[in-house]
Design a protein around this ligand. Structure first.
Ligand SMILES: [Zn+2]
Ligand SMILES: [Zn+2]
Length: 317
C-alpha cells in the first residue's frame, strides 16, 4: 500500500462503528456461505480494529494475514484481544533503505510470519530485492511481492519491474526462498501473449504463459490470488481457469486485497484504482470466492481458500 492508498483506507475506515461488544475469548469464527472456512492471505491492516473485523465478518472470512508496515505491536495486541486466533501478520519495509535487512529481521523475530506486501519502485532482480530474497530464505519466511509494469494513473511508477524477463533467473538463484507472486504483471503473464500493454488484459488466455509455466516448474513459487489482478485473470477464460486451478491446486492461495468497508462492496473497493473499475461497488473477496467456488470442486476449493495457506505458513488449521 502506498501513501495514497493508505490515506484512502483511513478515510474508508473512518465510517466504521466501534468494536462490537466482544469480551476476549468470545470472538467466534463467522458462519459463512462458502462451504469451507476461509483464510485471507492479503488483508492490509486497517487503522481501527473494528474495521478489520467488519471486512472479515462481512465476507465470511475465518482468519486473515495482516499485511503491515512499521511498528504495529499495539494494534496487533488490540486485534488479538478482540478476535483471538483470527490473525497472523506479515511485515514489509522499503528494500532500498540501508537498514532494510535489520528492520525485516527484527519484524520476523517479533513474530511476523512473512515479508509483505513488498511493493517498491526497484527492479525485481536488483540488489535491493536480492537482499530481501536471501534474508527470507535465511529466516525461513515467505516473501510476497507486488509486480506491476503498467501505471494505473499518471506517474504512479512501476513495482518490482522485470518480472517476465528476469524472474525465472531469481527463482533459480534462490531455491530456498519461498516466493508468493501477486499483482498485475504476475497475473497478466498467465497468458503467453502478454507484452505489458495493459494492466489487466481481457479475452481468452493463450496457453503456456510464464506464470503458469513457472508455478509448475518451481517448487518455491506460490500465487496470491488477491486483488483485481487475480480476479481478472481467473475471469477471462472459464476453461483455462478450471484447468489452472486443478494444475496448481497446491500453489494457489486466496487473498482479498479488498479495501471495501463491509465485505459487501460498500465504501471504496480497490482504492479507486481507475484501471480496476470492473470491481467498483463490489467486494473483491466476495467476487473471487464466488468465482473460485464455481470453478473448482469442493475439496480443491478448500485447499485454495484454507489448506494451502496453513501448510505454507506452517500454522495449524
Ligand atoms: Zn499489491
Ligand atoms: Zn471487500
Amino acid at each position: 500500500m502506498n501513501r495514497r492508498e493508505f490515506l484512502e483506507t483511513v478515510a474508508a475506515a473512518a465510517v466504521v462503528p466501534a468494536l462490537p461488544a466482544l469480551a476476549a475469548g468470545q470472538a467466534q469464527s463467522p458462519a459463512n456461505d462458502w462451504g469451507s472456512p476461509v483464510f485471507d492471505l492479503h488483508h492490509h491492516l486497517r487503522p481501527q480494529a473494528a474495521a478489520n473485523l467488519a471486512h472479515l465478518d462481512g465476507v465470511g472470512i475465518t482468519k486473515a494475514n495482516l499485511l503491515t508496515r512499521g511498528d504495529v505491536a499495539e494494534r496487533l495486541k488490540e486485534l488479538e484481544a478482540a478476535a483471538p486466533g483470527r490473525f497472523i501478520w506479515f511485515s514489509s519495509y522499503d528494500v532500498a533503505k540501508p537498514d532494510a535487512e535489520q528492520v525485516l529481521t527484527q519484524a520476523a523475530k517479533a513474530g511476523a510470519q512473512g515479508f509483505g506486501e513488498m511493493k517498491y519502485h526497484v527492479a525485481a532482480d536488483g540488489p535491493e530485492y536480492k537482499r530481501a530474497y536471501a534474508l527470507a530464505a535465511e529466516l525461513r519466511v515467505p516473501i510476497l511481492i507486488h509486480f506491476q509494469e503498467v501505471d494505473h494513473f499518471p506517474n504512479e511508477g512501476t513495482w518490482a519491474t522485470g518480472y517476465a524477463k528476469t524472474f525465472e533467473g531469481i527463482l533459480k538463484a534462490y531455491p530456498k526462498t519461498t516466493f508468493i507472486g501477486h499483482a498485475d504483471a504476475f497475473w497478466a503473464n498467465v497468458s503467453a501473449d502478454y507484452k505489458n500493454e495493459t494492466a489487466y488484459p481481457s479475452g481468452p488466455i493463450k496457453r503456456g504463459g510464464l506464470t503458469d509455466k513457472w508455478l509448475g516448474d518451481y517448487p518455491n513459487l506460490f500465487a496470491d490470488m488477491a486483488a483485481n489482478s487475480g480476479n481478472n485473470a481467473m475471469s477471462r477464460d472459464p476453461e483455462f481457469t478450471r484447468d489452472f486451478l486443478k494444475r496448481h491446486q497446491n500453489k494457489l492461495i486466496f487473498g482479498s486485497d479488498c479495501s471495501c468497508a463491509d465485505g459487501k462492496g460498500g465504501g471504496v473497493s480497490q482504492n479507486n484504482n481507475p484501471a480496476a473499475t470492473r470491481m467498483s461497488g463490489k467486494c473483491v473477496a466476495r467476487e473471487t470466492l464466488t468465482l473460485l467456488k464455481a470453478s473448482a470442486p469442493p475439496a480443491l476449493f478448500q485447499k485454495i481458500v484454507w489448506g494451502n495457506a496453513h501448510k505454507l505458513l506452517r500454522i495449524p488449521s
